[in-house]
Write a protein that binds this ligand. Structure first.
Ligand code: FAD
Ligand code: FES
Length: 282
């Protein structure tokens, strides 16, 4: 893999070498990778952006940045083992190398969130990209009103970032609740049970001053959006992340199109009003 020269702009088609600093298990299917660019530069991403990850001999895969940009010296990716590339990533150890292109994509519109009360909602693997925004908000809490983090997973063993969830629950910066769809009767889980959308009705929200950010699997969007609308939020106040199969990651190949939009460069973060009328978007 070619390495980038610090005196030249980052080439968008050539991967940059990264070193794996640490690998930890999040769940049996998901690992967290702490990475560093080998040329010593910072990635300089914004929350909501993604990188195209490559390992020689395999295709690339888009993976969202899971860490806040303010973590100098490293960045993190939370990766579910899905197929060939992510399977090979799960075999990496500290000291191993991989390639990345990016960061790419339209990030969360933080400017539009400032001064508002935030509802940050994640389902399943969606907590990985949302974590970069949650950590950003924790680092800059004075820029926002109240912040509520709500997370739903299928079962207790599918809960991602358990240590972070506990830290966020103890934090003065925001409230944090999580729930699982179901849990075995003999499990020691003593948290909440039910769908993510069921946490919303009891939240006290001033809709005029609220902005919601939603990241999760496609089936989650309709019930969560319906619950947000019941709270009085309009499409212009709801931001969400869409995933599509990708190739180039930079708006050139058309692989990720949603009608006239490219998920990789017009998104992956969209306002709901920008995509709700597009066929197949949700
Ligand atoms: C913007 C964006 C951000 C993403 N962020 C993350 C992340 O933070 N963590 C993470 O684990 N995954 C993330 N994904 C999904 C990840 O890119 C896919 O799981 C990955 O491409 C699988 O690659 P593979 O070579 O391991 O699997 P493959 O062998 O290519 O495929 C395995 C299976 O995954 C399906 N698949 C391939 N691409 C996608 C996709 N984009 N969405 C859903 N299913 C797909 C294939 O159809 C196939 O069924 C993201 C996807 C996008 C578009
Ligand atoms: S992945 Fe090529 S245009 Fe989006």
């Amino acid at each position: 893999m070619p390495s980038s020269c610090p005196n030249q702009p980052t080439p968008i088609f050539a991967p940059r070498n990264c070193r794996v600093l640490a690998v930890s298990d999040l769940t049996p299917q998901e690992k967290l990778f702490r990475l560093q660019l080998e040329d010593g530069s910072e990635l300089n991403h914004q929350p909501g952006q993604f990188v195209q990850v490559s390992i020689p001999g395999l295709t690339e895969a888009p993976i969202s940045l899971a860490s806040a940009p303010s973590r100098n010296g490293y960045f993190e990716l939370g990766v579910r083992r899905a197929g060939s590339l992510t399977g090979a990533m799960h075999r990496l150890r500290p000291g191993d190398r991989l390639g990345i292109r990016g960061p790419f994509g339209r990030p969360f519109q933080i400017e539009a969130l400032r001064g508002n009360n935030l509802l940050l909602l994640a389902g399943g693997c969606g907590l990985a990209p949302l974590r970069s925004l949650i950590e950003y908000c924790r680092d800059h809490a004075e820029q926002f009103g109240s912040i509520a983090v709500l997370y739903g997973a299928r079962s207790p063993q599918d809960l991602l970032f358990k240590d972070d969830l506990q830290q966020w629950q103890r934090s003065d910066c925001f409230s944090c609740r999580y729930t699982v769809d179901r849990h075995p009767a003999d499990s020691c889980y003593d948290g909440e049970t039910g769908l993510l959308s069921q946490l919303l009705p009891e939240l006290k929200i001033d809709p005029a001053a609220a902005r919601a950010v939603v990241v999760g699997p496609p089936p989650m969007y309709r019930p969560v959006i319906a619950a947000l609308r019941d709270k009085g939020l309009r499409s212009e106040q709801i931001m969400l992340s869409l995933e599509r199969n990708m190739r180039c990651g930079i708006g050139k190949c058309g692989h990720c199109s949603i009608e006239h939009l490219y998920c990789c460069s017009d998104g992956p973060i969209f306002w709901l009003h920008e995509i709700e009328e597009l066929r197949g978007a949700l």
